[in-house]
Ligand binder design. Structure first.
Ligand code: ADP
Ligand code: F6P
Length: 320
């Protein structure tokens, strides 16, 4: 039986991470385990910025965005020396297991630490939903709802001015946020790296729709494309329709998590602590067919996630 575990958040923050921390702490306590919070991800693990948590440590956080444990990127953790220091710190404190809430990079670190005898279980936390072993990652729903609300606001002004609004959403290299937001806000076109696009045919489509009485045009662009202002300029040039680009940026990472994020975070965390309790490490928790499951970290990292091509095609077909 594992009796003492730690919890940390690592990489980019995501709304719902606090709900996950809360559930890790409360689950561990309910199972009679001691639980320690580690600040700023692997940085805090290496430097010993670690404190014991009780039930009240996680009061009043379930509805808050961000992460009460803070997060960081830690280049030192990628080195042998950094990993040895982290292991030594765990041993000094008697931490036998660790819950790592983050993305693929954080899980690579968790695998390295597991190989050194510290049991690590990863929980997928990123707004991008780009982790292959899971249908869902904490923060995705909140980020998309934020993007949709902001795109709706842009549509108001766009409609008033007979303009085109090019909205760039986050997603690192993945188009999941873009395609879902595009559908949700009635975009005429979604542009992602996963599907070919052609600005000439988009311009033609816009002009035909204009002839047909359409007044505003929302084009959602995934950040991986990297040139939304240029796309707006090209569309304006080709169509004569005034166009503006807006990069939504980090606002998508903040805000109170939605029900979906709070519930998913809680389920992942409950399951992760259950694995550690049984002495199982080097796993990452995921969601498949709405069920919580777990995978070997290396196997999870080798998986490929399909793009939502069907959804993308629907967006293309009915955006006119
Ligand atoms: P995410 O977890 O969101 O993918 P990053 O890729 O920035 O975010 O990774 C977060 C942290 O995980 C890094 O700062 C580093 O400490 C650790 N990490 C990332 N990649 C590796 C790796 N290959 N080996 C060990 N640790 C890693
Ligand atoms: O992974 C989450 C994410 O917000 C991506 O969508 C984006 O590409 C990246 O992080 C931004 O990272 P940073 O906060 O370091 O600018």
């Amino acid at each position: 039986m594992i009796k003492k575990i730690g919890v940390l958040t690592s990489g980019g923050d995501a709304p719902g991470m606090n709900a996950a921390i809360r559930a890790v702490v409360r689950t561990a306590l309910s199972k009679g385990m001691e639980v320690y919070g580690i600040r700023r991800g692997y940085v805090g693990l290496i430097n010993g910025d670690i404190f014991q948590m009780d039930a009240r440590s996680v009061s009043d956080i379930i509805h808050r965005g961000g992460t009460m444990l803070y997060t960081a990127r830690c280049p030192e953790f990628r080195t042998e020396e950094g990993l040895d220091r982290a292991k030594a710190k765990c041993e000094e404190l008697g931490l036998e297991g660790l819950v790592v809430i983050g993305g693929d990079g954080s899980f690579r670190g968790a695998a390295d630490l597991s190989a050194r005898g510290i049991l690590c279980v990863g929980i997928p936390g990123t707004i991008d939903n780009d982790i292959a072993c899971t249908e869902y990652t904490i923060g995705y729903d909140t980020a998309m709802n934020t993007a949709m609300e902001l795109a709706d606001k842009l549509r108001d002004t766009s409609q008033s001015h007979d303009r085109c609004t090019v909205v760039e959403v986050m997603g690192r290299n993945a188009g999941y946020i873009a395609v879902n937001t595009g559908i949700a806000c009635g975009a005429i076109e979604v542009i992602t790296k996963e599907m070919p696009y052609d600005l000439d045919s988009l311009a033609k489509k816009m002009l035909e729709a204009k002839k047909n009485g359409k007044q505003n045009f929302v084009v959602v662009v995934a950040e991986g494309i990297g040139n939304s202002t240029e796309i707006a300029n090209v569309l304006q040039e080709k169509t004569g329709i005034e166009s503006r680009a807006t990069i939504l940026g980090h606002v998508q990472r903040g805000g109170s998590p939605t029900v979906r994020d709070r519930v998913a975070a809680t389920e992942f965390a409950y399951y992760a602590v259950g694995l550690l309790e049984q002495g199982i490490g080097n796993r990452v928790v995921g969601m498949q067919n709405n069920e919580i499951v777990d995978f070997d970290i290396q196997e999870a990292l080798a998986m490929k996630k399909p793009y939502e091509e069907k959804l993308h095609k629907i967006a293309e077909e009915i955006g006119f």
